[in-house]
Design a protein around this ligand. Structure first.
Ligand code: NAP
Length: 495
């Protein structure tokens, strides 16, 4: 079950949002009385309510907005109980002095906006002694392992525990708590009105994560990155899992670089079967892998991990996706002649994507030239892949048949930038822009207007996700579905 927290200044807005949510299928809402401007009328909020509610009136010290006296606050909470609300939220320090009455279920809560305390179990045990029906714990995650500690606690608890970690590191716990046995999770009405750090919206919970379908058997997949909030992979992979009818969820794990080792050590215990890997872990993850495929070896980076017992298998689907996209653009057939052989490819950028594409092109016997704004990085790549590095300012002097942009130049919001002068584009060129948000970058538009053959970053992104999905689940997914989801996520105007 998903509980949607409502915090509005006016009674009528809170009532209208409650009605709207019930129409959308919400089964429980939390009325945050501390958000109401002026005197609170419980009568107005509770009369004719369309569904069950949790009544909460949070003090400022606990992240709320209540400015009245503590006596008035507790009076409101007691009145809500007398009025027969379905649930009342009582902070642990007052729960002992507010008696149980009628059918109202007691949620005994604790918030820590700074950390997930080391003595989480002790705190939980103390709260279990305060006659709760449900224990609620919301603590700030400073490390990915905080999520795991919270989930373990939920799973072991005899009293239903709505436990979640706050902040973007804590976001996975808000979804995974469903698998580990939480009675409900909290979501917000919309992302514009987040009431606690890291909260997801009701729409994300239902339409992206399908929270209500999660159970103890659900497999877990995810993307491991830092930052991770911008990643569109959860939308693509969850849509593909849904379509395939697989009992699994794919969540964003923000893993800061120093936490990588600790995070991977926790993986098997929490049912994680596969991970997408992106910045900054694609290379640092290699030392943890027990087996790697040829692409990982060639590139020196992995973007996909599969956990199989004690084994961690590493793959690089960027490599194959980029090569498949390019081969299709030049009209290569699987067993036909290698049309990339002998062609000159100029790669802009010298990061992870450039590495994968340089290695692939080199293997297909193209002449690869790499350039980057930091020459030393381009030189390093060139040395590794046995190709040529040139200065950034000399990029227009190369007679390139294939131009690949592996820099973020042109990416949203800097959509008016291009890494290559339009006047230097020739109709005979294949222009591949790996940037996928937007799909029609300025470089792509320029290349189109110069009649070049075009490969977009969307093509590559969809292919790498489809390959990952196959590695994760052993099943194929439809590229059309992924393309459609991506289109919706990016927004038609930018796509
Ligand atoms: P990365 O490892 O951070 O490398 C980025 C490269 O771009 C570096 O060489 C960097 O130079 C250079 N760069 C950054 N800003 C620049 C600027 N303003 N002017 C010139 N060069 C600049 O990143 P990555 O993982 O390779 O990703 C690069 C791009 O590829 C991203 O935009 C991403 O959208 C795209 N990508 C797409 C897919 C897909 O599936 N379509 C997959 C992976 C990546 P310095 O070394 O000087 O910082």
């Amino acid at each position: 079950m998903i509980c949607v927290a409502l915090g509005r200044g006016r009674h009528r807005h809170m009532i209208a949002e409650h009605r709207h949510l019930v129409e959308q299928g919400a089964e429980l809402v939390e009325l945050r009385l501390d958000y109401i401007d002026g005197p609170v009328s419980l009568k107005r909020l509770l009369a004719d309510r369309p569904g069950p509610v949790i009544v909460t009136c949070r003090r400022q010290a606990d992240g709320g907005r209540w400015t009245g006296s503590e006596a008035d606050r507790q009076l409101l909470l007691r009145q809500a109980i007398v009025d027969g609300v379905e649930y009342i939220d009582l902070e642990e320090d007052i729960a002992g002095s507010v008696p149980r009455f009628g059918k109202t279920q007691r949620i005994v809560s604790l918030h820590d906006f700074r950390r997930t305390p080391e003595n989480l179990e002790t705190l939980h045990a103390r709260m279990c002694g305060l006659n709760p029906d449900i224990v609620k714990l919301a603590t700030m995650a400073n490390h990915p392992s905080d999520n795991f500690r919270m989930l373990k606690l939920i799973q072991a608890s005899k009293i239903p525990t709505a436990g979640m970690c706050m902040g973007d590191i804590g976001a996975p716990s808000r979804v995974l708590c469903g698998k580990f046995g939480a009675p409900f999770t909290y979501a917000t009405f919309s992302l514009e009105r987040v009431l606690a750090p890291g909260q997801l919206s009701f729409q994300q919970m239902t339409e992206v994560y399908h929270y209500n379908q999660l159970n103890a058997e659900s497999a877990v997949y995810g993307v491991m990155a830092d930052p991770v909030g911008h990643s569109l992979s959860p939308q693509l992979h969850n849509a593909a899992l849904q379509q395939a009818g697989i009992n699994a969820v794919y969540v964003p794990f923000r893993v800061p670089a120093p936490d990588l080792d600790g995070f991977l050590a926790n993986v098997p215990e929490y049912g994680i079967r596969g991970l997408s890997v992106t910045i900054p872990h694609k290379e640092s993850v290699l030392k943890h892998l027990t087996k790697i495929d040829g692409a990982v070896k060639a590139v020196g980076a992995a973007n996909t991990l599969i956990f199989d017992g004690a084994e961690i298998l590493g793959f690089n689907t960027d490599y194959r996706a980029a090569m498949d996209s390019l081969e299709q653009a030049v009209g290569m057939e699987a067993d036909g002649p290698n049309k990339l052989k002998g062609r000159t490819a100029l790669i802009l950028g010298a990061g992870g994507a450039a590495k994968a594409i340089a290695a692939g092109l080199k293997r297909r016997e193209a002449n690869v030239v790499v350039t980057g704004r930091t020459l030393a990085r381009a030189q390093q790549l060139a040395e590794r892949t046995d190709c040529k590095a040139i200065e950034w300012h000399a990029r227009h002097n190369v007679a390139a048949d294939i131009l690949v942009n592996c820099t973020p130049v042109g990416m949203h919001p800097n959509v008016d930038e291009s890494p290559f002068d339009k006047r230097e584009l020739k109709p005979s060129m294949v222009v591949f822009d790996t940037v996928y948000n937007p799909e029609n970058t300025l470089l792509v538009k320029d290349a189109r207007s110069r009649s070049c053959t075009i490969v977009t970053g969307v093509e590559m992104f969809v292919r790498q996700a489809a390959l990952q999905f196959q590695l994760f689940t052993g099943k194929e997914t439809s590229p059309e579905l992924l393309r459609e989801v991506l289109k919706r996520a990016i927004g038609p105007a930018r796509y």
